[in-house]
Design a protein. Structure first.
Length: 235
């Protein structure tokens, strides 16, 4: 579904991604793990069109997208739940979800998808008329994921869903991520600092170090790899 081929990405003079390549097959959960600054978030931002690579290419369903505007990438079927959530604090929960459907005109289906999000995250239904900025961190993360789902993506880019959230809510969120994959067939590219959790739910994984893919393989195999255990799983 997604193929990233030897992309180079810079922030000014900083070489953030160095010939990075990875693949995501339809129906998979693929995770990227690595230390802060390894290039994980940069990879997602490049896929979603927020950053342009200096070299290499990105293909989605066979179509090259590394020169396509970000809003068109959403229309093609890629949606991004960003690091830090970045919800619209002054809009209600329902209005935030409507913003996620900005590319769509099918009002009945939009309403049905809003109810689908509410079934995934009942807390959001309870707070539908509440402003996003008044939600807890976990609720805001649920809202960010729900907003991303409102565009009906084929591929969901999910960046640090556990960051700054109470453990019980992290568990709920990850249960629903697995449910989306298993029941709806949604393909997911996940960035997650909690390597234990990420490797538990992913099918395959990539380990990034300073902008380069150092290891790749089945998530279960990497969870047993001595290097991964030493650096990311606490031994």
């Amino acid at each position: 579904m997604l193929e990233i081929k030897k992309i180079d990405v810079y922030y000014g003079n900083i070489h953030a991604l160095k010939g990075t390549s990875l693949r995501v097959r339809q129906g998979e959960i693929v995770t990227m793990i690595g230390a802060n600054g390894a290039g994980k978030t940069t990879t997602l931002r490049t896929v979603s069109g927020l950053i342009r690579p200096k070299a290499g290419e990105i293909r989605f369903l066979g179509k090259r997208i590394d020169t396509v505007p970000a809003n068109e990438i959403v229309r093609l079927g890629i949606s991004h739940s960003p690091e830090g959530r970045q919800i619209f604090a002054n809009l209600t929960v329902s209005e935030n979800l409507d913003m996620g459907a900005f590319t769509r005109k099918d009002r009945r289906e939009i309403a049905a998808d809003r109810e689908m999000v509410f079934s995934l995250f009942p807390r959001l239904k309870e707070r539908a008329k509440q402003r996003g900025g008044t939600l807890s961190g976990g609720e805001q993360q649920m809202l960010a994921i729900g907003r991303a789902l409102m565009s009906r993506p084929k591929l969901l880019l999910l960046d640090e869903p556990s960051l700054g959230i109470a453990p019980i809510l992290v568990e709920q969120i990850f249960q629903q991520v697995v449910r989306l994959n298993e029941q709806q067939g949604l393909t997911i590219l996940l960035v997650e600092q909690n390597a234990h959790l990420a490797l538990q739910i992913a099918h395959r994984a990539y380990v990034l170090e300073t902008g380069t893919v150092e290891l790749e393989g089945k998530a279960q195999d990497l969870s047993q790899d001595d290097r991964v255990r030493a650096h990311y799983l606490g031994g």
